[in-house]
Design a protein around this ligand. Structure first.
Ligand SMILES: [Zn+2]
Length: 197
């Protein structure tokens, strides 16, 4: 245990996701030894991020305005919607440069164990969007795990009732991996998405 404020800071960093006690200690001492201008900039960002960032009123992505930069971009294909769980998934899909449509961020995935049902996600907002404008295709890009699968199944059933074409990201085996070590969800999806040679 360190004394006072140093230990307080280590404890705070230690509460962040993915940061263990050793990293928390390393970050704290890095800050203690940093230039005060760098630390001030970090402190400034931390204190403003919560008040400046909100969620896009259309798609639920993080934004500093009422609508996010993707929803404001008229050059994007307005007839395609890619459904993801979290804002970080938007960034992941954007990084591929394969998709030029719009997004819908659900805010999580269906998880009965955690008590998260369809009503806890922005599914009503999605359905409203689909009734407002003509959509050619909805691409479901939820995580390839049990919760993501359950969410994709729920959505695809719901979207079929309104006659909108639905597709899902193909999911495969990790390159360089071993078939015997693949979990059943991955292997099941790899079978489902198999290509004709
Ligand atoms: Zn948006």
């Amino acid at each position: 245990m360190y004394e006072g404020i140093i230990q307080d800071l280590i404890d705070e960093f230690g509460r962040l996701p993915g940061i263990g006690p050793k990293s928390a200690q390393r970050i704290t001492f890095h800050i203690v030894q940093s230039q005060s201008a760098d630390v001030s900039r970090l402190a400034e960002l931390l204190s403003h991020v919560r008040e400046r960032v909100r969620f896009c009123e259309v798609c639920g992505n993080v934004s500093e305005q009422d609508r996010c930069s993707i929803c404001r971009d008229a050059r994007r294909d307005q007839t395609l919607i890619c459904v993801v769980e979290e804002p970080k998934d938007v960034v992941a899909v954007e990084r591929t440069r394969q998709f030029r449509g719009l997004y819908h961020v659900l805010g999580g995935a269906i998880s009965p164990i955690d008590g998260i049902g369809p009503d806890d996600l922005s599914i009503t907002q999605l359905m409203r969007r689909l009734s407002d404008v003509e959509i050619k295709e909805v691409i479901i890009a939820t995580d390839p795990n049990l919760e993501g699968e359950a969410t994709a199944m729920y959505l695809s059933r719901l979207l079929k009732t309104v006659d909108i074409p639905v597709s899902r990201l193909a999911s495969g085996l990790p390159v360089g991996g071993d078939l015997e070590f693949a979990d059943e969800v991955t292997l099941g999806r790899a079978f489902e998405g198999r290509l004709t040679l």
